[in-house]
Design a protein around this ligand. Structure first.
Ligand code: SF4
Length: 347
């Protein structure tokens, strides 16, 4: 792991803004990157899309309108330590706050910047009782931090107990390790996880740029898929990283070609210190429109935003239903901007 400025400077020359971040005393979210992920950066390009995701800038010290450290109000939806129950039918279990790489856009930085946290046995026991008592929870997101920073043995123990408590629950394992530390994905890890996919177990990754789809990361993904664990991708729309239609088109098509379903394209959350990475909503909507014209339904992710103050996730995108005519028929606009009428049944 590379976590100090001295180590980092062996690989690349810092820009003024990066240097200001490292020399400031007010930084709260630590710098952390794997040598592998760092090696994807072109050291001669200060605007490299991988660099923007992991090398901090002094812009992180600015606070923009509406930002907070907990925009999804996860703290108020935490029904137990480490368990966030925001939606009736699903919940998120935070197993650890450690990650292989600290992403500068992280929406959970209030948690990932803390000293090492790993769910305790006592806390897990309470979570298991809660899951048994709340059968309306159909899906459990295992998240953090990054759960795959835990040892195979620890994960085996945790997931085994969850499966014992709820054989039916669908598990979603949220991890960026395939992107930032693909060597962590081993045959033994995947065969351990495979024991638990009798009720579905999905891997949710976060590829944000085509440069991240390397031989190593794709081999890691293949290990999951070849062992019956489907892989979905949640991409974050990031300024200076992937906010142009060609990059997104290439990313989504490459994901599909490699058996990864593009699931979400997230508008950035209003997290403190991330304004320089957020794309204006108007631009995001335009990208969604252009992308929809270029991509198949399979390759098109759902563009969505988590509304501030814990308002929940909503889909974003252009409406093609424009209005109703004088007879009550629906008036649509086609992708090419032409008008079409759709009528309800009359018999
Ligand atoms: S891997 Fe996920 S939780 Fe960890 S820093 Fe990146 S976005 Fe945040």
């Amino acid at each position: 792991m590379i976590c100090s400025v001295d180590e980092l400077q062996k690989y690349l020359k810092l820009t003024d803004s990066e240097r200001r971040w490292f020399s400031s005393k007010s930084k709260s979210f630590p710098f952390l990157v794997t040598p592998y992920y760092l090696s994807l950066i072109d050291p001669d390009n200060p605007n490299d899309p991988i660099r923007r995701q992991v090398i901090p800038l002094s812009e992180e010290f600015l606070n923009s309108k509406g930002e907070s450290l907990d925009p999804q109000r996860e703290n108020s939806y935490s029904v137990l330590p480490n368990l966030v129950h925001r939606y009736d039918n699903r919940a998120a279990l935070l197993l650890t706050n450690k990650c292989a790489t600290n992403c500068r856009h992280c929406f959970r930085r209030r948690y990932t910047s803390e000293e090492d946290i790993i769910i305790s046995e006592k806390e897990l026991k309470s979570v298991l009782s809660y899951l048994k008592d709340n059968l309306q929870i159909k899906e459990l997101l295992l998240t953090g931090g990054d759960p795959l920073t835990l040892s195979d043995q620890k994960l085996d123990n945790i997931i085994g107990l969850i499966r014992e408590a709820r054989k039916d629950i669908v598990l979603r394992l949220g991890s960026r390790v395939v992107v930032t530390a693909p060597k962590r994905i081993t045959e033994s890890l995947v065969s351990m996880l495979r024991k638990y996919n009798k009720a579905a177990l999905y891997l949710l990754t976060q590829f944000n740029h085509p440069k991240e789809l390397t031989k190593e990361s794709l081999e890691a993904v293949s290990l999951f898929i070849d062992n019956g664990i489907p892989v979905l991708n949640q991409c974050v729309l990031l300024r200076g990283v992937n906010d142009d239609v060609t990059t997104l088109e290439t990313l989504m098509n490459s994901l599909v070609a490699n058996r990864i379903k593009p699931y979400y394209l997230f508008q950035g959350d209003l997290v403190s210190g991330t304004a320089h990475l957020r794309v204006p909503l108007k631009r995001g909507l335009e990208l969604e429109y252009q992308l929809r014209k270029r991509l198949s339904g399979l390759a098109m992710p759902q563009y969505a935003v988590d509304l501030p103050k814990g308002g929940g996730k909503v889909s974003l995108g252009r409406s093609y239903l424009k209005d109703n005519d004088e007879n009550g028929n629906y008036c649509f606009e086609t992708m090419e901007g032409e008008r079409r009428i759709y009528s309800d049944p009359t018999c």
